[in-house]
Design a protein around this ligand. Structure first.
Ligand code: ADP
Ligand code: ASP
Ligand code: MG
Length: 407
C-alpha cells in the first residue's frame, strides 16, 4: 500500500463546494488502495483577512499573538475537509500542528520545522483513517503556536512526506503545474513536465510563489518526489526531479518576478573601511534579510549604498538607517517601495556566456531601465520600476523561452 501526501492550497479549499470537491479526490485516492495524509491551507483570502484584523488592532502586531491568530485559518479548513470526507462515508481525523507535533524553532511568522513526531499519524493510518493535517503551523519547544511564513503549507506537506517516507507529495493548486513563468501574467507561459530541484529553488527564491522556498529545500534534501498539479483537473502536472544532462541544453527555463521588495539608498557615505558593516550589522540584528546590495563610488570620496529588503520590513530598516546615518556622516536616506525584481533562471546558463548581456539588450529594447543587477551561477536578476514588471516578464519570456536558443 502506498502512502501519499496531498496538499491543497487556499483556492482549492476556497468555498464549501471546493472543500467537497477535494474530499472526493481524497476519498478516490484512498479507495484506490493508498494511505492518504492531506495537508490543507486556510480558505482563500483568510490569512490576509486575519492579518488585516490584527493590524487594525495593533499597527505592528505582536508576533506571538499574530501566529495564534493566523494558525486559526488552517484549523477551520482542516476541520471542514475532515467533515466532508466523513460525510462521504470514509474514516478521517484532523490534526493541528501541535497535535501531530510538528516542532519548530520560535521564530514567529517564519518558523522552521525542527522535527516531526509521526506517531499519531501512523496510528490513525493504521486504523484505516484518512489523516488531515492543518498546514502552515507548528509548535515550539515551549508549546507556543508558530507559523511557517506565507505559503508555508507547502513546507508542511513536504516535511510530512519526508518524515513519513511517502511515495509522493502532491501539491494541488490553482494552476496545473510549474510554468516557464507566471501564467497569470504571461499567456504564452508553458507548463514544464519536469524541473530540477535547483531550478525550482532558484525560481521560488526569485518570487515564483507556486512553491514556498523551504518546501523545495526540504524536497531536495530528502529527495521527496514532488508533483505540482491542479485540484480542478486530472492532467499530469510538473515533477521536481534531480538535474540530468538533458536539462543543460535549456539555457533559460523560467522567468520570475518579485514585487515584495523595497529599495533603500544611503546617500554619500564616506568611503571608509567598516561603514558597510556599521549599516548592515544592526539591520541583520533586527532580523531583516537584505537581498541585493550595490555601492557606487564617486570622485569626492563618498559612495551611495543601495540595497533591497522585504517590503514588510522597509519601515523598520529605514528607521535603523536613520538612526545611524549621522554617526556615519551620510547625507541622507531615500526609499523606493515601487520596485520589482525580475529574474531569468536556468541551469544551462552555467555553460553559456552572454546570457546577461542579452537580457539587458532585451530590456533596453523594451525601454525598461535597470536599477540594480545581481547574478548567480544559474540566474540573472534585475531591479526595475514596478510598473514595468509585466512587460519585462513578457519580453524576456519571448526572447529566452519562446525563441529559445538564439543568443
Ligand atoms: P496555493 O494557494 O495553491 O498555495 P499559490 O497562490 O500560493 O497557490 O501559488 C499558485 C500561483 O502561483 C498561481 O496561481 C500562479 O499565479 C503563481 N505562479 C507564479 N509563478 C508561477 C510559475 N512559474 N508557475 C506556476 N504558477 C506560478
Ligand atoms: N495560509 C497561508 C498563507 O496564505 C499558508 C499557505 O497558504 O500555504 O500564506
Ligand atoms: Mg501557496
Amino acid at each position: 500500500m502506498a502512502l501519499v501526501v496531498q496538499k491543497y492550497g487556499g483556492t482549492s479549499v476556497g468555498t464549501i463546494e471546493r472543500v467537497k470537491n477535494v474530499a472526493h479526490r481524497v476519498v478516490a485516492t484512498k479507495e484506490a488502495g493508498n494511505e492518504v495524509v492531506v495537508v490543507v491551507s486556510a480558505m482563500a483570502g483568510e490569512t490576509n483577512r486575519l492579518l488585516a484584523l490584527a493590524r487594525e488592532v495593533m499597527e505592528a502586531p505582536d508576533e506571538r499573538e499574530s501566529d495564534v491568530l493566523l494558525a486559526s485559518g488552517e484549523q477551520v479548513s482542516a476541520s471542514l475537509l475532515t467533515l466532508a470526507i466523513k460525510d462521504l462515508g470514509q474514516h478521517a481525523r484532523s490534526f493541528l500542528g501541535y497535535q501531530v507535533r510538528i516542532e519548530t524553532d520560535s521564530t514567529y511568522g517564519r518558523a522552521r520545522i525542527k522535527s516531526i513526531d509521526a506517531t499519531r499519524i501512523l496510528r490513525a493510518l493504521k486504523g484505516g483513517e484518512i489523516v488531515v493535517v492543518a498546514g502552515f503551523q507548528g509548535v515550539d519547544e515551549e508549546g507556543n503556536i508558530t507559523t511557517l511564513g506565507r505559503g508555508g503549507s507547502d513546507t508542511s506537506a513536504v516535511a510530512l512526506a519526508a518524515a513519513l517516507s511517502a511515495g509522493a507529495c502532491e501539491i494541488y493548486t490553482d494552476v496545473d503545474g510549474v510554468y516557464t513563468t507566471d501564467p497569470s501574467i504571461c499567456p504564452n507561459a508553458r507548463k514544464l513536465a519536469r524541473i530540477s530541484y535547483d531550478e525550482m529553488l532558484e525560481m521560488a527564491s526569485m518570487g515564483a510563489k507556486v512553491l514556498q522556498i523551504r518546501s523545495v529545500e526540504l524536497a531536495k534534501k530528502f529527495s521527496v518526489p514532488v508533483h505540482v498539479r491542479s485540484s480542478f483537473s486530472d492532467v499530469a502536472g510538473t515533477w521536481l526531479v534531480e538535474e540530468d544532462e538533458s536539462m543543460d541544453a535549456v539555457l533559460v527555463s523560467g522567468v520570475t518576478y518579485d514585487k515584495n521588495e523595497a529599495k533603500i539608498t544611503v546617500l554619500k557615505v564616506p568611503d571608509r573601511p567598516g561603514l558597510a558593516a556599521q549599516i548592515f550589522t544592526p539591520i541583520a540584528e533586527a532580523n531583516i534579510v537584505v537581498d541585493m546590495i550595490i555601492q557606487n563610488a564617486s570622485e569626492d570620496g563618498t559612495t551611495d549604498l543601495t540595497f533591497t529588503v522585504p517590503k514588510e520590513d522597509y519601515k523598520k530598516a529605514i528607521s535603523i538607517v536613520h538612526e545611524i546615518a549621522p554617526a556615519i556622516q551620510a547625507k541622507g536616506v531615500t526609499v523606493d517601495p515601487n520596485i520589482a525584481k525580475v529574474s531569468i533562471v536556468g541551469v544551462g546558463m552555467r555553460a553559456h556566456a552572454g546570457v546577461a548581456a542579452k537580457m539587458f539588450q532585451v530590456l533596453a529594447r523594451g525601454g525598461i531601465n535597470i536599477e540594480m543587477i545581481s547574478t548567480s551561477e544559474i540566474k540573472v536578476s534585475v531591479v526595475i520600476d514596478e510598473k514595468y514588471t509585466e512587460l519585462a516578464v513578457r519580453v524576456l519570456h519571448e526572447a529566452f523561452i519562446e525563441n529559445q536558443g538564439s543568443l
